[in-house]
Design a protein around this ligand. Structure first.
Ligand SMILES: [Zn+2]
Length: 390
């Protein structure tokens, strides 16, 4: 099948995306990766360099007579990252390779409301504005990560009361010239892993599952396209009537069995204490044989939810992050068994490969920063209006 012709934006996005995921490449492998002749690549790199998006640094040649100029993303580009979690709102300014130059964390009130969360956003954006003015920093992109954000929850967020439209309005007023992208936190975490987790197992389309304070998934596709990252609410898959209440308002969701707050009762610790420990509870709390058995039952259920998701939309890879990835192999097996028991024809027949990646919760605003970098790459570093036209 002939390749679809690519627009200028897509070609630039492919180059920036490869540099983002690799951290830097020599010209010949980069040209091969983005399917361009070295001459064409050279022309585009010339533009990207003039626009301050990439730089070339001298490196020892990888082989005798090989290239010596490593192409990487320009280290002076600045992005803002804003990440809302169950406990706090974090803002940061960083670069394309994920380093942070400024971070501020503001705790959420005990019972957050739309009003108090909006106020916190306003306070945070003011701090960001002060810092960027003081340091004469021009932002190239703002990335915002909000838990539970989806197609239906732009206005009513069932997870954390947050009026995204209002936040968007504040950003538009205070940072009028800066492109803004707001996403579900699972998409931000998936982006973070794809760019920064060493030996991340999948390069092609796959399902990313995050198990922490909530349970959610994201479809990960070719990062050139803006809609390549789609959240999927597999955590709110309901298994029959009854079951424990879920924060979404339903009963018996898989999240109500396997999220960190849902585990607190089972493990016999307070919810705040467990959230404080985060994914590390696996190493910090010893559990009885009875609790382990129930934990495995819940992991099996999570496996069923993942398997059901794969039945609806088949996919060759699943990456699982969060506390299950810290578990011993014997415990993880329950989750894998759940997937096996559910995927049509079984996991092997369906050729689904499974990988556990380290947890990334508690590292805010790194996920939002990775998402901001991905958005900049995705529009090919072009202004939003011309990227849409290209
Ligand atoms: Zn639910």
């Amino acid at each position: 099948m002939p390749e679809q012709p690519r627009s200028r934006r897509q070609t630039r996005a492919a180059i920036l995306g490869h540099l983002l995921q690799s951290g830097g490449m020599f010209r010949p492998p980069l040209a091969r990766a983005v399917r361009l002749s070295e001459a064409s690549l050279s022309r585009i790199l010339f533009d990207l360099k003039a626009e301050g998006l990439i730089e070339e640094v001298r490196r020892p040649a990888p082989y005798f007579g090989g290239p010596t100029a490593l192409v990487s993303l320009d280290s002076s580009v600045r992005l803002a990252a804003i990440e809302l979690t169950g406990e706090r709102l974090t803002v940061g300014v960083g670069g394309l390779s994920g380093e942070l130059h400024y971070t501020e964390r503001l705790p959420l009130p005990k019972s957050p409301t739309v009003k108090s969360v909006s106020r916190l956003f306003h306070q945070t954006l003011q701090s960001l504005q002060d810092w960027t003015r003081q340091h004469r920093v021009q932002l190239s992109q703002i990335g915002v990560s909000v838990p539970g954000l989806g197609r239906l929850s732009e206005l009513v967020n069932p997870i954390i009361p947050c009026d995204v439209k209002r936040v968007r309005g504040m950003l538009g007023e205070m940072f009028a010239d800066v492109p803004v992208a707001i996403t579900n936190s699972v998409v931000a975490h998936a982006t973070f892993h794809r760019c920064h987790t060493e030996d991340y197992p999948f390069a092609g389309p796959h399902l990313f599952v995050f198990v922490g304070q909530g349970v959610a998934g994201a479809w990960m596709d070719d990062p050139i396209e803006a809609d390549a990252l789609q959240p999927v609410e597999l955590g709110h898959m309901v298994f029959g009537d009854g079951g424990p209440p879920c924060r979404c308002g339903h009963h018996g969701c898989v999240e109500a069995y396997t999220s960190l707050p849902a585990l607190a009762g089972l493990l016999g610790v307070g919810e705040p204490e467990l959230l404080q420990l985060g994914d590390e509870w696996v190493n910090a709390i010893s559990i009885s044989a009875r609790v382990r058995q129930e934990l495995r039952r819940r992991l099996f259920r999570l496996g069923l939810a993942i398997g059901n998701t794969l039945n609806v939309k088949p996919c060759a890879g699943v990456a699982i992050s969060g506390w299950p990835s810290v578990l011993a192999e014997a415990d993880r097996k329950a989750l894998i068994d759940g997937i096996d028991a559910c995927v049509m024809g079984g996991r092997k027949f369906a050729q689904v490969s499974l990988a556990f990646v380290p947890p990334s919760s508690g590292n805010d605003p790194n996920a939002a920063l990775a998402f901001a970098a991905c958005c900049l790459a995705c529009r090919g570093g072009m202004p939003v209006s011309s990227a849409e036209a290209a």
